[in-house]
Write a protein that binds this ligand. Structure first.
Ligand SMILES: Nc1ncnc2c1ncn2[C@@H]1O[C@H](COP(=O)(O)OP(=O)(O)OP(=O)(O)O)[C@@H](O)[C@H]1O
Ligand SMILES: [Zn+2]
Length: 980
């Protein structure tokens, strides 16, 4: 022996060998095994986080026996008989208590067996005197309540709280730590960790009213290997957050002390009932609740707010004895599923003859709520995923309950169970004995296998009504002594989306900020705008009061309001108005709003505003300059009213001084915006001067954009043949630029280089750009000044480029194909398709409407027909946000959809008219593509929701089609660009 303390990790196998050796201990007097075998038979194996192993003795060795000595002797003797490990033990005061702990540690240092046998010394003496200095391996430790808590004083052994006898193989660190810092060595000692989520603790918490100490009898989570035969149902090893039973606490006759003197939240909230107040010595593990929601977790069905149907149904099941083996609780988060599962578990085993269960008074209830029930287990879904574990659980479920009627297994977040686990579980479900109940909990029912769902008793936990949440918050405020405004609580309820936990957490936060929970505090904390301010802003925005709108928006933004939050609030407000959702509890302010907007025209205006806001919201998520874009969106709200919703409503761009070229290449969004003022092009403003200005502005933009295009052949081509007809700012965050060319072949060329053009325009305008290319009619193509807006377009296409995407003018300076821009040679349709296939992935927009975007519009060979490729994958949003390519493979497959009907006259209309709606024939899909007639020679197209495949179709005959963005809803189609 080198005199040094030397502890090492002992692998489980070694520990088992050690156990065998303990088993082989012989009675020193008789040299027989019999004396120790019962003791060893009651060992519990426990591991802790440090991979130490604890051998815990079951509580069979009661008063009067001298087992502690025996154990110590045994160990001592065993050591003498060539035990390679050194033993250090904590042994309870054998004279005063029946329980003791024996710790065996791997150490090379000898002696101390004798010390261990000096069992009458108090733990404190041993602990403090021997261990501190000498690193004595063997000592008596009186496991007092303090020891259990790790907060103990050495000098006050508490015999009453001695829990169990233990032989613990631990690594040296923990052993040392324990000696030096008993408080911090809880884990090492296999003691209780935080159990705030457990039924026991939460119960204790609530009962203790937060100020007093709660009882927790749980051991640490990490225990993974336990002798399954030793702990009641024998499956403790599989639990996470499983109460590890400490037998001794039963000694205090807790059952005489009601934990729940009755049911009902009032009593609980008042925190009056606490068995532990009067019996502080029993409180082994003090722990204050960490949050209000822990503290006020419901303990009876009465307290479960807003889930009356579930409560009633479960209670009836218990009363009538119709208990099945598999329950599934599902519903949104924070609605009481976990709480209900625990209440149900307690109620199942409650001994009270009353219908209202759990009573909280009977032995079973007391045991459960103190966390000592060995028949109710919460299982970690993830841990259950190991095949042998679920099998072991099922196997062990067959053992009879230790003391209760039912063995209840609660599996929270059961959607995390893997298929195999489900399969094992379901396969064995039929064979489960009648005393076994599984309660699975999930917020995502759709993630579970159908077979599981269909075989369960399902209980849905809906969102909790605002009134119920408010009521609960009131009670908590009263119980906690918070001063509050009723209005503030109502607002919190409204904002918590039916989750009581969210509401409670919000309340808790607020209670920490101010003395009184008021509306202004709520606004401040949440970064939301009050109804009054919101109304004001909406009103200003809708009434075209630009300076005031900008001013107010800035004010709000300055006061910490999150632009996204503001948008969402505005959208909610508008939706409420549109839905006429004026409920009784609606505030007076809201009622005023509802009264204000009643006419059909106003409703239409609001729905347009809603649309703009929804698009802006998407835009904001990607923008760094949210404040600016929000302001722009607000300014647009007024411009889309029903009276303005026509071709005329398009906004034109006006430069402060177009000749200055203020559409400068700074490309900074905000910079450019300074020079852009959106104005309605109503007839009043269409003065000659205004038109001139507009024309000059557009030319200026075009000049600059073209100047940025590469190669020079393209530049020359665009300068000569192209023209910027208009820039439309109507869509939030996106400028729609119309380009005009006077010959189809020019369109074809320009279209091939759309990315370069769009990139350049984007750079100049400082915002996302969607380009639409049209055929122009002019009296003299060479004389650009005489170009005028065509009465119709023969061809149109639409592309969009995202600002800040990779396709900046620089990076797309090379055209995407090798076409010669001046040759005028039209590419074949196949070529177009090919081009499209390679193109479409890279230019897709992040800001498309409802995830739909037409990405390709190509003339066919003769220049008169269209080939339009549409990308409408359902996965659009996800893919686009990741910048992935959209699926274009189908295009290569040559899925063509003939469109013979396009020019066919509508039989129901006058001969010669285009049909109002044309179905495009498609090869495989059931979706229909609708073409709507806009004008004599113009059709717009809209694609209803399609499958996650690309659609490619072409018109076989000369046809005038404006292809534009499309939405799921045909009503949303925005194809007004070409409407003449
Ligand atoms: N119906 C309810 N009645 C009373 N309190 C509730 C209710 N629902 C939630 N709470 C409060 O929210 C806390 C969390 O509830 P619980 O864990 O039961 O919700 P859950 O539905 O299981 O949530 P999750 O799905 O996130 O686990 C509780 O401690 C309680 O304070
Ligand atoms: Zn009971």
């Amino acid at each position: 022996m080198d005199g040094r303390r030397h502890s090492v990790d002992i692998p489980i196998s070694r520990a088992l060998v050690a156990l065998r050796r303990v088993r082989s201990l012989r009675d020193p007097s008789t040299n027989s095994l019999s004396k120790f075998s019962p003791l060893v038979d009651n060992l519990n194996w426990e591991t802790n986080s440090n991979n130490g192993i604890t051998l815990g003795f079951e509580n069979k060795y009661k008063e009067g026996t001298d087992t502690g000595i025996d154990v110590a002797e045994a160990i001592y003797n065993s050591r003498r008989s060539s035990y390679s490990h050194e033993i250090s033990g904590y042994i309870g005061d054998v004279g005063s208590g029946p329980f003791r702990n024996v710790r065996i540690e791997d150490s090379n240092r000898g002696q101390t067996g004798e010390d261990m046998l000096r069992g009458n010394k108090s733990m404190s003496e041993r602990y403090c005197s021997n261990y501190r200095d000498t690193g004595l391996e063997l000592a008596y430790v009186m496991p007092s309540s303090d020891y259990q808590e790790g907060a103990g004083s050495c000098n006050e052994p508490n015999e009453g709280s001695t829990q169990e006898n233990k032989i613990d193989y631990n690594e040296s660190n923990r052993a040392r730590n324990f000696r030096k810092h008993p408080r911090s060595s809880k884990a090492a000692a296999g003691d209780v960790l935080s159990r705030v989520g457990s039924p026991c603790l939460s119960m204790g918490d609530a009962l203790l009213g937060g100020s007093s100490r709660a009882t927790s009898l749980y051991e640490n989570d990490d225990a993974d290997i336990l002798d399954s035969g030793q702990c009641g149902c024998g499956i403790t090893r599989y639990w996470s957050r499983t109460p590890r039973f400490r037998e001794s606490s039963l000694r205090f006759g807790i059952e005489e002390r009601p934990l729940l003197a009755g049911s009902g939240s009032d009593a609980l909230l008042s925190g009056k009932r606490s068995c532990n107040h009067a019996h502080n010595e029993v409180i082994l593990y003090s722990e204050s609740p960490r949050s209000l929601s822990q503290k006020f977790r419901p303990k009876s069905f009465d307290e479960l707010m807003g889930q009356n149907v579930v409560s009633k149904s479960l209670l009836t099941a218990i009363a009538t004895g119709r208990i099945t083996s598999f329950y599934l609780f599902h519903g949104p988060r924070g609605t009481g599923k976990t709480s209900a599962s625990r209440i149900f578990a307690a109620a199942l085993n409650c001994l009270s003859p009353e219908i209202e269960k759990p009573c909280g008074l009977c032995q079973e209830c007391v045991s459960f709520f103190c966390g000592r029930s060995r028949d109710v287990k919460e299982v970690d879904a993830l841990k259950l995923n190991k095949a042998q574990r679920i099998r072991a659980i099922i196997r062990n479920a067959e053992n009879s309950p230790v003391s209760s009627r039912f063995k209840v297994f609660i599996v929270d977040e059961c959607h995390l169970l893997q298929e195999d686990t489900w399969a094992s579980f379901l396969n064995n479900l039929e064979g489960l004995s009648r005393h076994v109940v599984f309660i699975m909990i999930t917020p995502d029912l759709h993630k579970l296998p159908r077979s599981a769902v269909s075989r369960s008793q399902r209980y849905h936990f809906p969102n909790i009504k605002e009134v119920d949440i408010t009521r609960r918050l009131e009670k908590i405020c009263v119980a906690e002594g918070f001063d509050f405004d009723q209005e503030a609580l109502e607002f919190i309820s409204a904002k918590s989306n039916g989750s009581l936990r969210d509401a409670e957490m919000m309340l808790e936060q607020l209670s920490m900020i101010g003395k009184k929970i008021t509306m202004s505090l709520v606004y401040e904390l949440m970064g939301v705008v009050s109804d009054d301010e919101l109304l004001d802003l909406l009103h200003l925005a809708l009434s075209s009061d630009t300076p005031e709108t900008v001013k107010r928006a800035r004010e709000l933004m300055r006061s910490r309001i999150d632009p996204l939050q503001l948008i969402s609030q505005l959208a909610n407000l508008i939706m409420d108005i549109l839905a006429g959702k004026c409920q009784e509890e609606t505030s007076e302010v809201k009622r005023r709003i509802f009264r204000k907007y009643t006419s059909e025209a106003e409703m239409q205006q609001l729905s347009h505003a809603l649309k703009i806001l929804s698009e802006t919201e998407k835009q904001l998520r990607m923008s760094k300059n949210q404040t600016t874009w929000l302001t722009v969106a607000l300014l647009q709200l007024s411009s889309v009213g029903p009276s303005l919703d026509s071709g005329e409503s398009r906004l034109c761009m006006k430069a402060a001084d177009p000749k200055d070229g203020d559409f400068c290449s700074t490309s900074s969004t905000s910079e450019s915006l300074k020079h852009l003022v959106a104005c309605s092009c109503d007839s009043n403003e269409s003065t000659k001067m205004a038109m001139q200005n507009k024309q000059q502005t557009l030319e200026s933009i075009w000049r600059r954009a073209v100047g940025m295009c590469e190669p020079s052949s393209l530049k020359n081509f665009l300068q000569k043949r192209g023209k910027l007809v208009s820039v439309d700012l109507k869509q939030a965050g996106v400028a729609v630029a119309e380009l005009g060319f006077h010959r189809p072949k020019y369109i074809s060329k320009a279209e091939k280089s759309w990315k370069v053009i769009a990139g350049a325009l984007q750079h100049v305008l400082g915002r996302n750009v969607e380009i639409r290319i049209h055929l122009m009619v002019s009296s003299s193509p060479k004389d650009k000044t005489k170009w005028k807006r065509p009465s119709f377009s023969l061809f149109g296409c639409s592309r969009r480029m995202c600002y800040g995407s990779k396709s900046t003018p620089e990076c797309v300076s090379e055209p995407s194909d090798n076409s010669d821009f001046t040759s005028g040679k039209a590419a074949s349709r196949d070529k177009h398709i090919e081009t499209c296939s390679s193109d479409c992935g890279s230019h897709v927009s992040h800001t498309c409407c409802n995830g739909k975007e037409i990405i390709r519009a190509i003339r066919n060979r003769d220049g008169n027909a269209l080939s339009i490729a549409v990308t409408t994958p359902n996965r659009f949003t996800d893919e686009m946000s990741k910048g992935h390519q959209s699926k274009c493979d189908h295009l290569r497959d040559g899925i063509n959809y003939g469109c013979q009907d396009l020019t066919a006259p509508d039989p129901e209309k006058q001969p010669g008219c285009f049909p109002r709606t044309v179905k495009l024939r498609k090869s495989n899909a059931s979706e229909m593509i609708f073409l709507e007639k806009h004008a004599e020679n113009s059709l717009s197209m809209s694609v209803p929701c399609t499958k996650s495949s690309d659609i490619y179709f072409h018109a076989s005959d000369p046809v005038i089609v404006s292809c534009s963005r499309s939405d799921i809803s045909r009503n949303c189609c925005r194809n007004d660009v070409l409407a003449s």
